[in-house]
Every structure is written in structure tokens, then in C-alpha cells.
Design a protein around this ligand. Sequence first.
Ligand code: AMP
Length: 515
Amino acid sequence: MSFEELGLSAPVLQAVTEKGYTTPTPIQEKAIPIVLMGRDILGCAQTGTGKTASFVLPMIDILAEGRAKARMPRSLILEPTRELAAQVAENFEIYGKNNKLNMALLIGGVSFPDQERALEKGADVLIATPGRLLDHFERGGILLNDVKILVIDEADRMLDMGFIPDVERIVSLLPKIRQTLFFSATMPPEIKRLADRFLSNPKEVTVSRPASANANVVQGLVVVQDDQKRDALLALIKSQEVKNAIVFCNRKRDVATLHTTLKKQGLKAGALHGDMSQPARMETLEKFKSGEIQILVASDVAARGLDVQDMSHVFNYDVPFSPEDYVHRIGRTGRAGKTGHSFTLATPSEGDLIDAIQKLINTEIPKVEVPGMDAAALEAGDGRRRGRGGRRGGRSSGGAPERGRGPRREPRENRQPRGEQPAESAPIEAQASAASPESQPEARAPREPRAPREPRADRPPRERRPEQRESRGERRPERSSEHRSERRPERHHDRDDGNSPVGLGDHVPAFLARR
Ligand code: AMP
């Protein structure tokens, strides 16, 4: 099928051609005609499938007629992270270059006045993260009564990041009569229930199984002692033909340390983590995309939505705490039909984490040896995964563990028992035929670090519950680790942002309370 057959207008088709796309991806083929018909969509699709264009292209055509009034956007796209929101905005500019649509991007870490000016001009398309959108709403800078199209993107990620109460609130501010496009990489029951509430007679569009794999990534596992991880990484980088790579760390302080190490080795390295200002994050990403930075040391904040063409390698300097994050991290390479490589450094005590990953992807990650280094063996796991606070053995940075992170609820049902025993270690060169898993979900992404909400000038600031303070990026007063672990909801994340975990807190959204 060609783009011409999808019913898009000539200006949009021209922009698509100029972008160099010749054939629609499966999600575009399925979703675009439905969106153009005005139907709601329940889309199960991951990033990397061309999902963004599947809603952006028809939206441009639907919105082509009409003008937005000041502070009254005509459409709203909700994204869980700043990076994703910025990426969707970029897409809008590219695909909408032959249309005169006004766009506003509301994300944290960027000054309010510029965003207010964009709203004042009248936004045909508003792209926002939930927290910043509500901040504007509470300041009286925006009215949502005119929104005709709502897109909720990465809904499972929103759930994971604790944004669902905000999303529910936003939806309650929208007109009941509207078109809603709802996308999620996975469809756990709570997401399905949420979709049932937000959508009206939707058409379901699924382009890959909830646990589908990127078969183009050749994976390798390197087991080394903790104090050898840095040398192992350097040896790997030197032994591989690395065009460009992301090195993932679990903690932001390790990002900084490793960044310095790589630069000292003469590598063109950059760093990306949630404590950086938004302009600094965007600048680093631009440099990485342009090739000025070859190796980006990053926390998971970079994992979701980072769309760098033709990335050759992903290195997991730390095994991610959640197996879904593993899948998402390695999914940054092997895109657009190209072969990518991923190497994961594990210490002997991380057998459980590796186990959980292998169960999720239903594949043994082949072990590889780093030349000149002694390969260690994974300790047999006790079958239970541990969060950060509960890991045994050494740690890369030697610091005390921060808050723990409990095992995740989902998608346990997707995991399958491991069939085979671990493969023998192979030297790096011999691992080209490594795993090509058939099943791998888009993993969970990081919580967006959110700017503290600024109180309105005309009223005293409200006292918030601790959970609310956290979800706004404010720090919770220190508590003992036991206390924290007692209170920690299972789904909470604890990662680079340095924010306390965000979850549903005391608020139980209505859709979760339903039986
Ligand atoms: P997305 O899933 O929206 O993040 O898109 C993933 C990547 O696919 C982006 O780099 C897009 O530019 C690219 N892409 C989207 N649609 C097409 C298409 N029809 N043909 C080729 N590449 C595409």
C-alpha cells in the first residue's frame, strides 16, 4: 500500500515524500484511514513502529480547516516525557510544513513565558507532558473546552510513572465529544480499563505483540567482577566497531564518573541524565544525533523515545533493575532494519536480574568474554529479583544503595520459563549469531523529572501530600530506609532523576478501583 491510498491530502503527502518515506509502516497503514474517518483508536504499538506519524499525519489534515482561539487549543497530545514530547513536536514541524498550523509545546524545564506566548497565539496542536499542562491550567493560562482531538501516547508509561491521576484530571477538563487516540506499548488490564473509560467505540489497532522483540539486536552478556567493569567496558568499546553508542548506567552519579573516564580515554563522550536542565539535555541529544558526541553515557531518562538513526551499539554498564528496561535500552539500536549490538556488563551477584531479563525475552543472552579479562560466573539466583536496595555484592560506584525498587507487577504473565541452561561463554568476535529474540516488549521508561509547580501569585501555595510533592520533583524529607521500603508501592520507580518514586500514592483512580 502507498501513502496516496491512505486518504491524506496533497500537502501532507508532499511532506512525507520530502521526508523520504515511500511506504507506510503497518501502524500507519491501519491507523491513518481510521483517524481520518474520525473514529477513536486503541493502538497497541511501540515506539520505532512509525506510530507518531500514524496520528500526526491525519491530525494535520483534520486540523487544516479552522483556527485556534487564544489559549484554547484544538487538539492535545499527551506524552510521558519531555524528550518524547519534543520529538513529536519535531515530527509535527516536518509533516506539517506545508500547512499553517500553530503548535505549542508545554514541557517542564523550560520557561513559562515562552510557552504562555505560544498558547496566547492560539495552538492548533498542543503537545504536553501532563504535569506542565496542569501547571498552565492552574495558572489560568489555558482552557481545554475546545479540544477536538486527544492523543494519549505511551499510556503504559504514563501509568508506570504515576501520571494517571494527572491524565484523568486532564481528560475530565476536555469536552465529552471529541476524538481520542490512545496508544500503549503494552495493554495490561489497568490500561485497558482506562482506555474503556476514555474511548468511545474505538477501533483496535495492534502492530506487534505486547512482548515482541527487536530481532535485529545481537546481544552479549559479559560477567565480570565489579571492580573490572570499567576496564571491561573500555575493552569492549575498543574491540568493537562502534559508530555511535549509548552506555546506560542505573545511577546518575555513575553517568558523571563514566563520562569523565571515557573523555580521559580520548573518546567523544557526552552525558545525559535527569538532573540536567532541559536545554542542556536537548543540546547533548543534538550533538549525539549529529555525531559530535559518539558515546553517550546516559541514565534511563534517555531510553524512551530517543530516536537516533543507525545507532550501532548499546552498552549496559549496569544491569537494569527492570527487565522491561533492558528491552527498551537495547531497542535503541537495531532500528529501521539495521543490525545493532548490545553488551550487558553483569557482576556475579546479578544472576537474578539477568534471569528475569532472560525470562522476559525468552532467550538466553549469550555470554561473551572480553579479551585479557577473567570471565566470572553468575551466582545462582534464589528466584527472587531484588531492587536497588537489596542487591548483593559490589556496586559500580561504591556508594550506599539508594532507595530500593520492588519487583514489577507486569508483565509477569508474559514471562515464560527458561528452557535451556546458559550457553558457554564465547569470545566477542564469535557472538555475531547471538540472540535474536522473537519476543520483547517495549520496556518501561523513566519518569520525567518534573519541574516544581509554581504557585499562583494570587493565592498562597497549597500544602501537598508527600506523594504529590514527589511527583512535582520536590524532595521528601529523609526517612530511614526501612520506613521507605515499608511504604514503597510495588510499581514505583527509582532511578536517575533523584526524585522519590512516583506512583499512584494515596490516590486510587476510579478505573483501578473498579472490579
Ligand atoms: P516512531 O515509532 O514514530 O518513533 O518512528 C520511528 C522512526 O521511523 C522515526 O525515525 C521515523 O522518522 C521513522 N518512520 C516513520 N514512518 C516511516 C515510514 N513510513 N518509512 C520510513 N521511516 C519511517
